[in-house]
Design a binder for this molecule. Sequence first.
Ligand code: CP
Length: 325
Amino acid sequence: MRNFTNVHDLGNLREALQEAFAIKKNRFASADLGRNKTLLMVFFDSSLRTRLSTQKAAMNLGMHTMVLDVNQGAWKLETERGVVMNGDKSEHLLEAIPVMGCYCDLIGLRSFARFESKEEDYGEQVLMQFIRHSGRPVFSMEAATRHPLQSFADLITIEEYKPTACPKVVMTWAPHPKALPQAVPNSFAEWINAAGYELVITHPEGYELDPAFVGKARVEYDRNKAFEGADFVYAKNWAAYGDPHYGKVLSMDRRWTVDAAAMALTRNAYFMHCLPVRRNMIVSDEVIESPRSIVIPEAANREISAQTVLRRLLTANAHEGPPQS
Ligand code: CP
């Protein structure tokens, strides 16, 4: 595996899950694998879980870690080629990226959708530039269209809690005051489809996701119907994908907040959310604090998904020499 940006990069998903469970049993079994290797984590956007869990995973493997918050203390970066740089951006990504590659062995990147152009977001402009120009293996810590480390942790959690071999998983849109990217719901759908589980996606009309990510999932506009018989309820807000409303908030209807009445329609489902979550917008206090809420074990599994991916990247790229001088 040269880079990690989506579920298909892992190859056999069942084997990857087995590897994750082995790592969870003994996180320090490969504590020498990353000796004298440096991970650079580049954040264009804020993070709590991804930052801490990926750093912890790297430390479990014996790596050094460096964190660059691009918008706090670094030069402002231009991302477009051909721009006359007479504004406030002092450095171009096309120099900054290979320079970053000089100081590290692996690069983790967080760069959200900007909602200025669907083509740029869905073309993963920033992620692709890091892959092309860094000279280093790159993994996504949430890009414009996917959040694969989150989805991997979600799937590990579902494997741990599933009451049947093939659970019914419902992903529900829920209200939020800001326009949020589709990366988490896209990615969750991609991974649950890859796992072969029943997936129902429910949302108000106008919030249809890219059909390439929906895949074989069933879309049900009636949330009550969708929740019937659910084993897992995965809540998430996302902004509109379809034209002409791409990146817009179309509804803040709090009837879509996941509350106890909605959860009562399910087969005693577990509640999941990637966090951070806005209480009483996305989910009621009662539901997130209930014994069926598994948001904390889900977050804990971020360390395991990150360590599985880092381990594979280190193993597959072990032949690479030290950073350029
Ligand atoms: N779920 C998740 O990625 O959390 P952070 O944005 O805090 O990293």
